[in-house]
Unconditional design. Structure first.
Length: 175
């Protein structure tokens, strides 16, 4: 892997882990709750992160279509939450993409770093390398939203879960 991709790859690896934790202990009905009339539900945020992952995949040469089309493209106001896929479907799509993305990043050629991206980025540089970095950050941003939303719904935050798992692993391993 090219050195320029190592921090992006590490962010993706952490995002894969943290996003997976986001599903723990969440009931379907609670995840669909909008905390404010103009706020996205946890389900919407999870669906958005999973669907945007297909842009990352495409940039690395793995062309697959998001099964939900543009359902999670932009923020929502008040919407029928029953139209969204269930949490198991969202998690399954994410998990099916995780290893593919990590592998495609590991083999991504430096010669493509400067290629133009097929969509507009909110960054000064409009290259594939810049898009990979931006989209990894975009995932992290929304995973943070998921964590906060979980806490607001009365569920442990993703960070709390990660700390508890790390502590349990340390206690279980011999010193």
């Amino acid at each position: 892997m090219h050195v320029a991709l190592k921090p992006i790859s590490e962010i993706i690896r952490v995002n894969n882990y943290m996003f997976g934790l986001g599903f723990e202990g969440v009931e379907e009905e609670l995840a669909r709750k909008q905390l404010q009339p103009n706020a996205n539900s946890l389900t919407w945020i999870m669906g958005h992160v999973a669907s945007v992952r297909f842009y990352l995949m495409g940039l690395t040469g793995v062309e697959e279509k998001c099964p939900w089309g543009d359902m999670f493209e932009s923020s929502i106001m008040k919407v029928d939450q029953t139209k969204f896929p269930n949490l198991n479907e969202i998690k399954s799509v994410w998990e099916s993409q995780a290893a593919k993305l990590e592998s495609s990043l590991a083999n991504f050629p430096e010669s493509r770093f400067g290629d133009a991206v097929p969509f507009k980025l909110p960054t000064q540089e409009q290259t594939v390398l810049s898009a990979l970095a931006f989209l990894a950050m975009h995932e992290s941003y929304h995973i943070g939203q998921m964590s906060t939303q979980r806490r607001m719904l009365g569920i442990d935050s993703i960070f709390d879960l990660a700390v508890a798992k790390r502590k349990a692993a340390q206690e279980a391993s011999p010193a």
